[in-house]
Design a protein around this ligand. Sequence first.
Ligand code: GTP
Ligand code: SPV
Ligand code: MN
Length: 583
Amino acid sequence: MAHQALEDWVQEVTQITTPDSIHWCDGSESEINTLYELMVSDGTLTKLDDHKHPDSYLARSDINDVARVEGRTFICFAQKEDAGPTNNWMEPTEMHAVIDPLFEECMQGRVMYVIPYLMGPAGSAMSKVGIEITDSPYVVANMRIMTRMGQIALDELGEDGEFVKGLHSTGQLDPDQRYISHFPDENLIMSFSSNYGGNALLGKKCFALRLASVLGKREGWMAEHMLILGITSPEGKKSHICAAFPSACGKTNLAMLVPPQEFLDAGWKVETVGDDIAWLKFGPDGRLYAINPEYGFFGVAPGTSMETNPNALLSCRANTLFTNVALCPDNTVWWEGLTEAPPDSAIDWKGNPWTPESGDKAAHPNSRFTAPAGQCPSISDDFENPAGVPIDAIIFGGRRSTTTPLVYESYNWQHGTYLGATMTSEKTAAAAGKVGELRHDPMAMLPFCGYHMADYWQHWLDMGERGGDNMPRVFHVNWFRKDSEGKFVWPGFGDNMHVLKWIVERCDGKGQVNETPIGYLPDPATMQIDELGLDPNDVKVLFSVDAEEWQEEVEAQTDYFQMFGEKLPEGIRAELDALKSRL
Ligand code: GTP
Ligand code: SPV
Ligand code: MN
Protein backbone atom coordinates (compact mmCIF):
# COMPACT_ATOMS: atom_id res chain seq x y z
CA MET A 1 0.00 0.00 0.00
CA ALA A 2 1.53 3.23 -1.16
CA HIS A 3 -0.86 6.02 -0.19
CA GLN A 4 0.66 7.55 2.96
CA ALA A 5 -2.30 9.72 3.95
CA LEU A 6 -4.64 6.74 3.68
CA GLU A 7 -2.31 4.54 5.69
CA ASP A 8 -2.00 7.22 8.36
CA TRP A 9 -5.76 7.65 8.60
CA VAL A 10 -6.42 3.90 8.89
CA GLN A 11 -3.81 3.72 11.64
CA GLU A 12 -5.32 6.68 13.45
CA VAL A 13 -8.82 5.15 13.31
CA THR A 14 -7.43 1.80 14.48
CA GLN A 15 -5.94 3.42 17.56
CA ILE A 16 -9.21 5.13 18.41
CA THR A 17 -11.66 2.30 17.68
CA THR A 18 -9.39 -0.62 18.79
CA PRO A 19 -10.81 -3.37 16.55
CA ASP A 20 -9.72 -6.99 17.00
CA SER A 21 -8.47 -7.05 13.43
CA ILE A 22 -8.39 -5.04 10.21
CA HIS A 23 -9.62 -6.28 6.86
CA TRP A 24 -8.91 -4.39 3.63
CA CYS A 25 -11.78 -5.12 1.24
CA ASP A 26 -10.79 -6.15 -2.28
CA GLY A 27 -14.36 -6.62 -3.52
CA SER A 28 -13.63 -10.20 -4.64
CA GLU A 29 -16.10 -13.06 -4.93
CA SER A 30 -14.31 -15.13 -2.30
CA GLU A 31 -14.23 -12.23 0.14
CA ILE A 32 -17.96 -11.61 -0.10
CA ASN A 33 -18.76 -15.32 0.14
CA THR A 34 -16.81 -15.51 3.39
CA LEU A 35 -18.70 -12.50 4.71
CA TYR A 36 -22.06 -13.96 3.66
CA GLU A 37 -21.22 -17.24 5.42
CA LEU A 38 -20.31 -15.33 8.54
CA MET A 39 -23.53 -13.30 8.47
CA VAL A 40 -25.69 -16.38 7.86
CA SER A 41 -24.06 -18.21 10.74
CA ASP A 42 -24.54 -15.32 13.18
CA GLY A 43 -28.16 -14.77 12.08
CA THR A 44 -27.65 -11.38 10.37
CA LEU A 45 -28.75 -12.85 7.03
CA THR A 46 -31.06 -15.59 5.77
CA LYS A 47 -30.02 -17.29 2.55
CA LEU A 48 -32.86 -17.31 0.02
CA ASP A 49 -33.87 -20.19 -2.25
CA ASP A 50 -30.87 -20.89 -4.45
CA HIS A 51 -32.96 -21.60 -7.50
CA LYS A 52 -35.39 -18.70 -7.35
CA HIS A 53 -32.95 -16.18 -5.85
CA PRO A 54 -29.37 -17.34 -6.52
CA ASP A 55 -26.75 -15.87 -4.17
CA SER A 56 -29.32 -13.62 -2.51
CA TYR A 57 -29.99 -12.90 1.13
CA LEU A 58 -32.52 -11.32 3.46
CA ALA A 59 -31.51 -8.95 6.26
CA ARG A 60 -33.74 -7.58 9.01
CA SER A 61 -32.64 -4.32 10.52
CA ASP A 62 -33.13 -3.28 14.11
CA ILE A 63 -36.80 -2.21 14.37
CA ASN A 64 -35.67 1.28 15.37
CA ASP A 65 -33.33 1.60 12.40
CA VAL A 66 -35.45 1.51 9.25
CA ALA A 67 -34.88 4.78 7.38
CA ARG A 68 -32.73 7.86 7.07
CA VAL A 69 -32.85 10.09 10.16
CA GLU A 70 -32.97 13.68 8.96
CA GLY A 71 -33.28 15.04 12.49
CA ARG A 72 -29.92 13.53 13.42
CA THR A 73 -28.09 14.44 10.20
CA PHE A 74 -25.70 17.38 10.58
CA ILE A 75 -23.71 19.66 8.30
CA CYS A 76 -20.70 20.93 10.25
CA PHE A 77 -19.32 24.12 8.72
CA ALA A 78 -17.51 26.60 10.94
CA GLN A 79 -20.28 29.14 10.24
CA LYS A 80 -23.96 28.27 10.68
CA GLU A 81 -24.74 30.55 7.75
CA ASP A 82 -22.93 28.16 5.40
CA ALA A 83 -25.22 25.25 6.32
CA GLY A 84 -28.29 27.43 5.91
CA PRO A 85 -31.78 27.28 7.42
CA THR A 86 -32.74 23.87 5.97
CA ASN A 87 -29.89 21.86 7.51
CA ASN A 88 -29.11 20.86 11.09
CA TRP A 89 -25.85 22.55 11.96
CA MET A 90 -23.22 22.08 14.60
CA GLU A 91 -19.85 23.80 14.82
CA PRO A 92 -17.18 21.22 13.82
CA THR A 93 -15.23 21.18 17.11
CA GLU A 94 -18.51 20.90 19.01
CA MET A 95 -19.66 18.00 16.86
CA HIS A 96 -16.28 16.32 17.23
CA ALA A 97 -16.64 16.68 20.99
CA VAL A 98 -19.95 14.83 20.76
CA ILE A 99 -19.19 12.19 18.18
CA ASP A 100 -15.48 11.40 18.60
CA PRO A 101 -15.92 9.87 22.08
CA LEU A 102 -18.59 7.52 20.70
CA PHE A 103 -15.95 5.96 18.44
CA GLU A 104 -13.49 5.32 21.28
CA GLU A 105 -12.96 1.55 21.50
CA CYS A 106 -16.28 1.06 19.65
CA MET A 107 -14.82 -1.72 17.50
CA GLN A 108 -13.49 -3.80 20.36
CA GLY A 109 -14.35 -7.43 19.64
CA ARG A 110 -15.17 -6.54 16.05
CA VAL A 111 -13.42 -6.59 12.68
CA MET A 112 -12.68 -3.21 11.13
CA TYR A 113 -13.30 -3.22 7.38
CA VAL A 114 -11.53 -0.72 5.15
CA ILE A 115 -13.54 -0.22 1.96
CA PRO A 116 -11.88 1.62 -0.93
CA TYR A 117 -14.58 2.55 -3.43
CA LEU A 118 -14.98 4.53 -6.61
CA MET A 119 -18.00 6.72 -7.35
CA GLY A 120 -18.41 6.87 -11.13
CA PRO A 121 -16.97 4.88 -14.04
CA ALA A 122 -13.28 3.99 -14.02
CA GLY A 123 -11.24 6.49 -15.98
CA SER A 124 -13.85 9.24 -15.84
CA ALA A 125 -12.67 12.76 -15.07
CA MET A 126 -15.87 13.08 -13.01
CA SER A 127 -15.30 10.01 -10.80
CA LYS A 128 -14.15 10.28 -7.19
CA VAL A 129 -12.67 7.96 -4.59
CA GLY A 130 -13.99 7.34 -1.10
CA ILE A 131 -12.75 5.20 1.75
CA GLU A 132 -15.34 3.89 4.20
CA ILE A 133 -14.18 2.34 7.44
CA THR A 134 -16.91 0.30 9.12
CA ASP A 135 -17.40 -2.51 11.63
CA SER A 136 -20.52 -3.78 9.82
CA PRO A 137 -20.13 -6.67 7.34
CA TYR A 138 -23.70 -5.87 6.20
CA VAL A 139 -22.51 -2.40 5.16
CA VAL A 140 -19.56 -3.99 3.32
CA ALA A 141 -21.93 -6.29 1.41
CA ASN A 142 -24.14 -3.35 0.41
CA MET A 143 -21.20 -1.15 -0.57
CA ARG A 144 -19.86 -3.96 -2.76
CA ILE A 145 -23.09 -3.82 -4.79
CA MET A 146 -23.60 -0.06 -4.69
CA THR A 147 -20.05 1.04 -5.57
CA ARG A 148 -17.04 -0.07 -7.55
CA MET A 149 -15.09 -1.50 -4.64
CA GLY A 150 -11.50 -2.61 -4.07
CA GLN A 151 -8.43 -2.39 -6.29
CA ILE A 152 -10.26 -0.35 -8.95
CA ALA A 153 -10.56 2.47 -6.39
CA LEU A 154 -6.98 2.13 -5.13
CA ASP A 155 -5.75 2.27 -8.74
CA GLU A 156 -7.72 5.46 -9.28
CA LEU A 157 -6.36 6.87 -5.99
CA GLY A 158 -2.70 6.24 -6.78
CA GLU A 159 -0.07 7.39 -4.29
CA ASP A 160 -1.40 10.83 -3.52
CA GLY A 161 -4.95 11.08 -4.85
CA GLU A 162 -7.70 12.77 -2.84
CA PHE A 163 -10.36 10.74 -1.11
CA VAL A 164 -13.42 11.32 1.04
CA LYS A 165 -13.13 9.77 4.48
CA GLY A 166 -16.15 7.97 5.84
CA LEU A 167 -16.04 6.52 9.34
CA HIS A 168 -18.97 4.34 10.33
CA SER A 169 -19.77 2.19 13.33
CA THR A 170 -22.87 0.19 14.22
CA GLY A 171 -22.32 1.16 17.84
CA GLN A 172 -25.18 -0.35 19.83
CA LEU A 173 -27.82 0.93 17.35
CA ASP A 174 -29.02 3.23 20.11
CA PRO A 175 -31.19 5.92 18.44
CA ASP A 176 -30.01 8.44 21.05
CA GLN A 177 -26.41 7.97 19.96
CA ARG A 178 -27.26 8.18 16.26
CA TYR A 179 -25.40 10.92 14.38
CA ILE A 180 -24.85 11.30 10.65
CA SER A 181 -22.26 14.08 10.57
CA HIS A 182 -20.64 15.81 7.62
CA PHE A 183 -17.47 17.91 7.84
CA PRO A 184 -17.14 19.48 4.37
CA ASP A 185 -13.90 21.27 5.26
CA GLU A 186 -12.28 17.98 6.31
CA ASN A 187 -13.69 15.85 3.47
CA LEU A 188 -15.02 13.70 6.30
CA ILE A 189 -18.24 11.85 7.17
CA MET A 190 -18.79 10.29 10.60
CA SER A 191 -21.81 8.04 11.06
CA PHE A 192 -22.65 6.30 14.31
CA SER A 193 -25.35 3.90 15.52
CA SER A 194 -27.32 3.20 12.31
CA ASN A 195 -26.81 0.51 9.69
CA TYR A 196 -29.60 1.66 7.38
CA GLY A 197 -29.23 2.81 3.77
CA GLY A 198 -28.26 6.43 3.40
CA ASN A 199 -27.25 6.62 7.08
CA ALA A 200 -24.57 3.96 6.71
CA LEU A 201 -23.66 3.42 3.03
CA LEU A 202 -21.56 6.55 3.09
CA GLY A 203 -20.82 6.66 -0.65
CA LYS A 204 -24.48 7.36 -1.35
CA LYS A 205 -26.24 10.38 0.15
CA CYS A 206 -23.42 11.49 2.48
CA PHE A 207 -20.68 11.61 -0.16
CA ALA A 208 -22.36 11.61 -3.58
CA LEU A 209 -24.88 14.29 -2.59
CA ARG A 210 -24.07 16.22 0.60
CA LEU A 211 -20.28 16.53 0.25
CA ALA A 212 -20.35 16.38 -3.56
CA SER A 213 -22.87 19.25 -3.72
CA VAL A 214 -20.36 21.40 -1.82
CA LEU A 215 -17.58 20.38 -4.21
CA GLY A 216 -19.86 21.02 -7.18
CA LYS A 217 -20.57 24.55 -6.00
CA ARG A 218 -16.84 25.22 -5.57
CA GLU A 219 -15.79 23.58 -8.83
CA GLY A 220 -18.67 24.47 -11.15
CA TRP A 221 -20.61 21.22 -11.46
CA MET A 222 -23.72 19.71 -9.89
CA ALA A 223 -24.52 16.74 -7.64
CA GLU A 224 -28.23 15.98 -7.83
CA HIS A 225 -30.85 13.54 -6.49
CA MET A 226 -31.75 12.52 -10.04
CA LEU A 227 -32.32 9.47 -12.18
CA ILE A 228 -30.76 9.41 -15.66
CA LEU A 229 -32.46 7.73 -18.62
CA GLY A 230 -31.94 7.47 -22.36
CA ILE A 231 -34.89 7.55 -24.72
CA THR A 232 -34.79 6.69 -28.41
CA SER A 233 -37.56 7.80 -30.77
CA PRO A 234 -38.87 5.79 -33.73
CA GLU A 235 -36.72 8.04 -35.97
CA GLY A 236 -33.69 6.79 -34.05
CA LYS A 237 -32.94 10.04 -32.24
CA LYS A 238 -31.58 9.44 -28.75
CA SER A 239 -32.22 11.93 -25.93
CA HIS A 240 -31.28 11.86 -22.27
CA ILE A 241 -33.36 13.00 -19.35
CA CYS A 242 -32.56 13.58 -15.67
CA ALA A 243 -35.38 13.66 -13.15
CA ALA A 244 -35.37 14.82 -9.53
CA PHE A 245 -38.18 13.35 -7.42
CA PRO A 246 -38.05 13.18 -3.61
CA SER A 247 -37.29 9.88 -1.89
CA ALA A 248 -39.78 7.13 -2.75
CA CYS A 249 -41.49 9.29 -5.39
CA GLY A 250 -40.71 7.31 -8.53
CA LYS A 251 -37.09 7.75 -9.73
CA THR A 252 -36.28 4.03 -9.89
CA ASN A 253 -39.58 3.38 -11.65
CA LEU A 254 -39.17 6.10 -14.27
CA ALA A 255 -35.53 5.19 -14.89
CA MET A 256 -36.55 1.59 -15.72
CA LEU A 257 -39.79 2.42 -17.54
CA VAL A 258 -41.09 -0.18 -20.00
CA PRO A 259 -43.07 1.63 -22.70
CA PRO A 260 -46.62 0.42 -23.41
CA GLN A 261 -46.91 -2.01 -26.33
CA GLU A 262 -48.01 0.60 -28.87
CA PHE A 263 -44.88 2.66 -28.14
CA LEU A 264 -42.68 -0.44 -28.45
CA ASP A 265 -44.38 -1.31 -31.75
CA ALA A 266 -43.72 2.21 -32.98
CA GLY A 267 -40.04 1.87 -32.11
CA TRP A 268 -39.62 3.76 -28.84
CA LYS A 269 -36.92 2.55 -26.45
CA VAL A 270 -36.05 3.58 -22.86
CA GLU A 271 -32.70 2.77 -21.24
CA THR A 272 -31.49 3.19 -17.65
CA VAL A 273 -28.30 5.08 -16.78
CA GLY A 274 -29.02 5.76 -13.11
CA ASP A 275 -31.91 5.65 -10.63
CA ASP A 276 -30.95 7.95 -7.73
CA ILE A 277 -27.93 10.22 -8.16
CA ALA A 278 -26.49 12.22 -11.05
CA TRP A 279 -23.27 14.22 -11.25
CA LEU A 280 -23.53 16.82 -14.00
CA LYS A 281 -20.72 18.72 -15.63
CA PHE A 282 -20.23 20.78 -18.77
CA GLY A 283 -18.63 18.83 -21.62
CA PRO A 284 -16.23 20.16 -24.25
CA ASP A 285 -19.21 21.05 -26.48
CA GLY A 286 -20.71 23.24 -23.75
CA ARG A 287 -23.58 20.86 -22.97
CA LEU A 288 -24.33 19.32 -19.57
CA TYR A 289 -23.22 15.70 -19.25
CA ALA A 290 -24.34 13.32 -16.50
CA ILE A 291 -22.78 10.26 -14.94
CA ASN A 292 -24.32 7.90 -12.42
CA PRO A 293 -21.74 7.67 -9.61
CA GLU A 294 -23.32 4.46 -8.28
CA TYR A 295 -22.89 0.83 -9.32
CA GLY A 296 -26.16 -0.64 -7.99
CA PHE A 297 -29.71 0.14 -6.98
CA PHE A 298 -30.93 0.57 -3.39
CA GLY A 299 -34.55 0.38 -4.50
CA VAL A 300 -37.88 0.63 -2.67
CA ALA A 301 -39.45 -2.86 -2.58
CA PRO A 302 -43.16 -2.17 -1.84
CA GLY A 303 -45.14 -1.46 -4.98
CA THR A 304 -42.55 -3.15 -7.20
CA SER A 305 -44.14 -5.88 -9.37
CA MET A 306 -43.92 -7.40 -12.84
CA GLU A 307 -46.74 -5.01 -13.78
CA THR A 308 -45.29 -1.80 -12.32
CA ASN A 309 -41.53 -2.29 -12.75
CA PRO A 310 -40.43 -5.59 -14.34
CA ASN A 311 -36.90 -4.30 -14.91
CA ALA A 312 -36.43 -3.74 -11.17
CA LEU A 313 -37.71 -7.21 -10.34
CA LEU A 314 -35.44 -8.78 -12.94
CA SER A 315 -32.52 -6.73 -11.57
CA CYS A 316 -33.01 -8.21 -8.09
CA ARG A 317 -33.56 -11.83 -9.01
CA ALA A 318 -29.97 -12.84 -8.13
CA ASN A 319 -26.93 -11.48 -6.25
CA THR A 320 -29.26 -9.25 -4.25
CA LEU A 321 -29.56 -8.22 -0.62
CA PHE A 322 -33.12 -7.65 0.56
CA THR A 323 -33.67 -5.62 3.72
CA ASN A 324 -36.87 -5.65 5.81
CA VAL A 325 -39.07 -7.50 3.30
CA ALA A 326 -41.16 -10.55 4.29
CA LEU A 327 -39.85 -14.11 4.07
CA CYS A 328 -42.11 -16.80 2.55
CA PRO A 329 -42.08 -20.44 3.70
CA ASP A 330 -40.28 -21.45 0.46
CA ASN A 331 -37.42 -19.04 1.22
CA THR A 332 -38.51 -16.43 -1.28
CA VAL A 333 -39.36 -12.83 -0.48
CA TRP A 334 -42.63 -10.87 -0.56
CA TRP A 335 -43.75 -7.31 -0.07
CA GLU A 336 -46.99 -5.39 -0.43
CA GLY A 337 -47.70 -4.96 -4.13
CA LEU A 338 -45.39 -7.74 -5.39
CA THR A 339 -48.38 -9.95 -6.19
CA GLU A 340 -52.07 -9.21 -5.96
CA ALA A 341 -52.68 -12.17 -3.66
CA PRO A 342 -50.51 -12.19 -0.54
CA PRO A 343 -48.85 -15.43 0.60
CA ASP A 344 -50.95 -17.49 3.06
CA SER A 345 -48.26 -17.01 5.66
CA ALA A 346 -44.86 -15.42 6.00
CA ILE A 347 -42.33 -14.09 8.47
CA ASP A 348 -42.74 -10.32 8.59
CA TRP A 349 -39.95 -7.73 8.50
CA LYS A 350 -39.67 -7.85 12.29
CA GLY A 351 -39.14 -11.62 12.23
CA ASN A 352 -42.60 -12.53 13.52
CA PRO A 353 -45.12 -14.98 12.02
CA TRP A 354 -47.53 -13.12 9.72
CA THR A 355 -50.76 -13.87 7.87
CA PRO A 356 -52.83 -11.58 5.62
CA GLU A 357 -55.45 -11.47 8.40
CA SER A 358 -52.99 -9.93 10.85
CA GLY A 359 -53.66 -6.47 9.42
CA ASP A 360 -50.01 -5.40 9.74
CA LYS A 361 -47.64 -4.80 6.87
CA ALA A 362 -45.54 -7.84 6.04
CA ALA A 363 -42.72 -5.72 4.61
CA HIS A 364 -41.64 -2.38 6.03
CA PRO A 365 -42.83 0.51 3.78
CA ASN A 366 -39.16 1.50 3.36
CA SER A 367 -37.94 -2.07 2.75
CA ARG A 368 -35.37 -2.20 -0.02
CA PHE A 369 -33.42 -4.37 -2.44
CA THR A 370 -29.71 -3.81 -3.10
CA ALA A 371 -29.03 -5.09 -6.62
CA PRO A 372 -26.20 -4.70 -9.17
CA ALA A 373 -27.09 -2.16 -11.87
CA GLY A 374 -25.49 -4.38 -14.49
CA GLN A 375 -28.29 -6.91 -13.96
CA CYS A 376 -30.97 -4.48 -15.11
CA PRO A 377 -32.37 -5.56 -18.50
CA SER A 378 -32.73 -1.91 -19.54
CA ILE A 379 -29.25 -0.81 -18.43
CA SER A 380 -27.72 1.56 -20.99
CA ASP A 381 -24.44 0.97 -22.80
CA ASP A 382 -23.51 4.40 -21.46
CA PHE A 383 -23.74 3.28 -17.82
CA GLU A 384 -19.95 2.83 -17.80
CA ASN A 385 -19.23 5.65 -20.27
CA PRO A 386 -16.55 7.86 -18.63
CA ALA A 387 -17.84 10.90 -20.56
CA GLY A 388 -21.41 10.49 -19.29
CA VAL A 389 -24.46 11.32 -21.40
CA PRO A 390 -25.56 14.75 -22.72
CA ILE A 391 -28.76 15.91 -21.02
CA ASP A 392 -31.67 17.27 -23.06
CA ALA A 393 -34.27 17.69 -20.33
CA ILE A 394 -34.53 17.93 -16.57
CA ILE A 395 -37.77 16.94 -14.85
CA PHE A 396 -38.85 17.92 -11.36
CA GLY A 397 -41.73 16.25 -9.58
CA GLY A 398 -43.27 15.34 -6.28
CA ARG A 399 -46.27 13.65 -4.70
CA ARG A 400 -49.11 16.13 -4.88
CA SER A 401 -52.69 14.92 -4.47
CA THR A 402 -53.91 18.38 -5.49
CA THR A 403 -52.91 21.55 -7.39
CA THR A 404 -50.03 20.38 -9.61
CA PRO A 405 -50.96 19.19 -13.12
CA LEU A 406 -49.60 16.03 -14.75
CA VAL A 407 -46.87 17.87 -16.65
CA TYR A 408 -45.82 21.38 -17.59
CA GLU A 409 -42.81 23.04 -19.13
CA SER A 410 -40.91 26.04 -17.82
CA TYR A 411 -40.38 29.15 -19.94
CA ASN A 412 -36.61 29.07 -19.58
CA TRP A 413 -33.77 27.97 -17.27
CA GLN A 414 -34.42 30.61 -14.60
CA HIS A 415 -38.11 29.70 -14.50
CA GLY A 416 -37.10 26.01 -14.46
CA THR A 417 -34.85 26.68 -11.48
CA TYR A 418 -37.86 28.30 -9.81
CA LEU A 419 -39.95 25.17 -10.44
CA GLY A 420 -37.25 23.14 -8.69
CA ALA A 421 -36.91 25.62 -5.83
CA THR A 422 -40.67 25.55 -5.15
CA MET A 423 -41.12 21.77 -5.31
CA THR A 424 -43.34 20.35 -2.60
CA SER A 425 -44.14 16.73 -1.90
CA GLU A 426 -45.98 14.54 0.58
CA LYS A 427 -43.47 12.89 2.89
CA THR A 428 -42.73 9.17 2.39
CA ALA A 429 -41.37 6.39 4.59
CA ALA A 430 -37.83 6.85 3.20
CA ALA A 431 -37.08 9.12 6.16
CA ALA A 432 -38.15 8.75 9.77
CA GLY A 433 -41.15 10.90 10.71
CA LYS A 434 -44.78 11.38 9.76
CA VAL A 435 -45.74 10.10 6.30
CA GLY A 436 -48.04 12.13 4.04
CA GLU A 437 -47.26 15.61 5.35
CA LEU A 438 -46.80 18.15 2.58
CA ARG A 439 -43.39 19.78 2.73
CA HIS A 440 -41.11 21.88 0.56
CA ASP A 441 -38.40 19.73 -0.97
CA PRO A 442 -36.43 21.92 -3.39
CA MET A 443 -34.98 19.92 -6.29
CA ALA A 444 -35.67 16.80 -4.13
CA MET A 445 -32.52 17.92 -2.26
CA LEU A 446 -33.98 19.10 1.07
CA PRO A 447 -32.30 16.24 2.98
CA PHE A 448 -29.23 16.15 0.72
CA CYS A 449 -28.04 19.66 -0.08
CA GLY A 450 -24.77 20.02 1.86
CA TYR A 451 -24.83 23.82 2.13
CA HIS A 452 -27.10 26.87 2.22
CA MET A 453 -30.16 26.17 0.05
CA ALA A 454 -30.28 29.72 -1.31
CA ASP A 455 -26.62 29.50 -2.38
CA TYR A 456 -27.51 26.23 -4.06
CA TRP A 457 -30.29 27.94 -6.03
CA GLN A 458 -27.82 30.65 -7.00
CA HIS A 459 -25.50 27.91 -8.21
CA TRP A 460 -28.29 26.59 -10.45
CA LEU A 461 -28.77 30.09 -11.87
CA ASP A 462 -25.00 30.50 -12.37
CA MET A 463 -24.81 27.19 -14.22
CA GLY A 464 -27.60 28.49 -16.48
CA GLU A 465 -25.62 31.67 -17.17
CA ARG A 466 -22.64 29.57 -18.17
CA GLY A 467 -24.57 27.08 -20.28
CA GLY A 468 -26.83 29.59 -22.04
CA ASP A 469 -28.79 28.02 -24.89
CA ASN A 470 -27.09 24.69 -24.30
CA MET A 471 -28.94 24.12 -21.03
CA PRO A 472 -31.55 21.35 -20.87
CA ARG A 473 -35.23 22.27 -20.99
CA VAL A 474 -36.91 22.02 -17.58
CA PHE A 475 -40.26 20.34 -16.87
CA HIS A 476 -42.42 19.52 -13.85
CA VAL A 477 -44.50 16.34 -13.47
CA ASN A 478 -46.91 14.89 -10.91
CA TRP A 479 -47.92 11.22 -11.17
CA PHE A 480 -49.77 11.38 -7.85
CA ARG A 481 -52.91 13.53 -8.37
CA LYS A 482 -55.83 11.99 -6.47
CA ASP A 483 -59.59 12.14 -6.92
CA SER A 484 -62.12 12.91 -4.18
CA GLU A 485 -62.05 9.24 -3.13
CA GLY A 486 -58.28 9.33 -2.67
CA LYS A 487 -57.50 7.23 -5.75
CA PHE A 488 -54.65 8.13 -8.12
CA VAL A 489 -56.20 9.57 -11.28
CA TRP A 490 -53.19 8.92 -13.53
CA PRO A 491 -52.22 5.27 -14.17
CA GLY A 492 -48.50 6.08 -13.90
CA PHE A 493 -45.60 3.64 -14.37
CA GLY A 494 -45.36 2.53 -18.06
CA ASP A 495 -48.01 5.05 -19.03
CA ASN A 496 -45.68 7.85 -17.94
CA MET A 497 -44.27 7.20 -21.43
CA HIS A 498 -47.00 9.48 -22.79
CA VAL A 499 -45.43 12.31 -20.82
CA LEU A 500 -41.84 11.40 -21.76
CA LYS A 501 -42.83 11.43 -25.44
CA TRP A 502 -44.26 14.94 -25.13
CA ILE A 503 -41.12 16.10 -23.33
CA VAL A 504 -38.88 14.69 -26.06
CA GLU A 505 -41.03 16.35 -28.71
CA ARG A 506 -40.77 19.66 -26.88
CA CYS A 507 -36.99 19.31 -26.81
CA ASP A 508 -37.19 18.94 -30.59
CA GLY A 509 -39.19 22.16 -30.80
CA LYS A 510 -42.40 20.24 -31.53
CA GLY A 511 -45.44 19.25 -29.45
CA GLN A 512 -48.66 21.19 -28.93
CA VAL A 513 -48.87 23.50 -25.89
CA ASN A 514 -51.34 25.64 -23.95
CA GLU A 515 -49.74 28.68 -22.37
CA THR A 516 -50.83 29.09 -18.73
CA PRO A 517 -49.65 31.28 -15.83
CA ILE A 518 -47.49 28.44 -14.46
CA GLY A 519 -45.90 27.35 -17.75
CA TYR A 520 -46.67 25.43 -20.93
CA LEU A 521 -49.11 22.54 -20.55
CA PRO A 522 -49.73 19.93 -23.24
CA ASP A 523 -53.08 19.86 -24.99
CA PRO A 524 -54.64 16.54 -23.87
CA ALA A 525 -56.33 16.20 -27.26
CA THR A 526 -52.89 15.75 -28.85
CA MET A 527 -51.56 13.31 -26.22
CA GLN A 528 -53.12 10.10 -27.64
CA ILE A 529 -54.28 9.00 -24.20
CA ASP A 530 -57.78 7.89 -25.27
CA GLU A 531 -56.96 4.22 -24.78
CA LEU A 532 -56.23 4.89 -21.09
CA GLY A 533 -59.98 5.32 -20.62
CA LEU A 534 -59.63 8.20 -18.17
CA ASP A 535 -62.69 9.93 -16.76
CA PRO A 536 -63.12 13.30 -18.57
CA ASN A 537 -63.14 15.06 -15.19
CA ASP A 538 -59.81 13.49 -14.34
CA VAL A 539 -58.37 14.57 -17.69
CA LYS A 540 -59.42 18.10 -16.87
CA VAL A 541 -57.73 17.92 -13.46
CA LEU A 542 -54.53 16.49 -14.95
CA PHE A 543 -54.22 19.06 -17.73
CA SER A 544 -55.38 22.33 -16.22
CA VAL A 545 -54.42 25.01 -13.73
CA ASP A 546 -56.91 25.89 -11.00
CA ALA A 547 -56.59 29.61 -10.30
CA GLU A 548 -57.74 29.34 -6.69
CA GLU A 549 -55.43 26.45 -5.83
CA TRP A 550 -52.54 28.32 -7.41
CA GLN A 551 -53.28 31.47 -5.44
CA GLU A 552 -52.82 29.37 -2.30
CA GLU A 553 -49.71 27.78 -3.77
CA VAL A 554 -48.09 31.12 -4.47
CA GLU A 555 -48.92 32.31 -0.94
CA ALA A 556 -47.22 29.20 0.44
CA GLN A 557 -44.19 29.85 -1.79
CA THR A 558 -43.97 33.43 -0.56
CA ASP A 559 -44.08 32.25 3.07
CA TYR A 560 -41.49 29.58 2.42
CA PHE A 561 -39.01 32.03 0.95
CA GLN A 562 -39.14 34.17 4.12
CA MET A 563 -36.60 31.97 5.89
CA PHE A 564 -33.98 32.71 3.23
CA GLY A 565 -34.25 36.47 3.73
CA GLU A 566 -31.69 38.51 1.83
CA LYS A 567 -30.01 35.36 0.57
CA LEU A 568 -32.89 34.56 -1.77
CA PRO A 569 -31.39 34.93 -5.25
CA GLU A 570 -32.63 37.82 -7.34
CA GLY A 571 -33.62 35.42 -10.13
CA ILE A 572 -35.87 33.46 -7.79
CA ARG A 573 -37.48 36.62 -6.40
CA ALA A 574 -38.11 37.82 -9.96
CA GLU A 575 -39.81 34.54 -10.88
CA LEU A 576 -42.05 34.72 -7.80
CA ASP A 577 -43.13 38.25 -8.77
CA ALA A 578 -43.68 37.22 -12.38
CA LEU A 579 -45.80 34.23 -11.34
CA LYS A 580 -47.88 36.42 -9.07
CA SER A 581 -48.60 38.89 -11.82
CA ARG A 582 -49.40 36.16 -14.36
CA LEU A 583 -51.86 34.61 -11.91
P1 GTP B 1 -35.62 6.61 -3.44
O1 GTP B 1 -34.87 5.36 -3.72
O2 GTP B 1 -36.15 6.67 -2.03
O3 GTP B 1 -34.87 7.85 -3.77
O4 GTP B 1 -37.00 6.56 -4.26
P2 GTP B 1 -37.39 6.62 -5.82
O5 GTP B 1 -37.64 8.04 -6.20
O6 GTP B 1 -36.47 5.84 -6.66
O7 GTP B 1 -38.86 5.93 -5.79
P3 GTP B 1 -39.37 4.58 -6.46
O8 GTP B 1 -39.28 4.60 -7.96
O9 GTP B 1 -38.73 3.44 -5.78
O10 GTP B 1 -40.92 4.64 -6.09
C1 GTP B 1 -41.38 4.70 -4.77
C2 GTP B 1 -42.82 4.23 -4.69
O11 GTP B 1 -43.63 4.99 -5.58
C3 GTP B 1 -42.98 2.77 -5.07
O12 GTP B 1 -43.89 2.18 -4.18
C4 GTP B 1 -43.57 2.83 -6.46
O13 GTP B 1 -44.37 1.71 -6.74
C5 GTP B 1 -44.38 4.13 -6.44
N1 GTP B 1 -44.45 4.74 -7.79
C6 GTP B 1 -43.42 4.94 -8.65
N2 GTP B 1 -43.85 5.47 -9.82
C7 GTP B 1 -45.18 5.62 -9.69
C8 GTP B 1 -46.22 6.13 -10.56
O14 GTP B 1 -45.98 6.54 -11.71
N3 GTP B 1 -47.49 6.15 -10.06
C9 GTP B 1 -47.78 5.70 -8.80
N4 GTP B 1 -49.05 5.75 -8.40
N5 GTP B 1 -46.84 5.20 -7.96
C10 GTP B 1 -45.57 5.17 -8.40
C1 SPV C 1 -33.61 7.97 -0.40
O1 SPV C 1 -34.10 8.00 0.75
O2 SPV C 1 -33.71 8.94 -1.19
C2 SPV C 1 -32.92 6.75 -0.87
C3 SPV C 1 -32.65 5.71 0.11
O3 SPV C 1 -32.56 6.67 -2.03
S1 SPV C 1 -31.28 6.10 1.11
O4 SPV C 1 -30.12 5.45 0.56
O5 SPV C 1 -31.56 5.56 2.45
O6 SPV C 1 -31.07 7.52 1.15
MN1 MN D 1 -32.91 8.60 -3.14
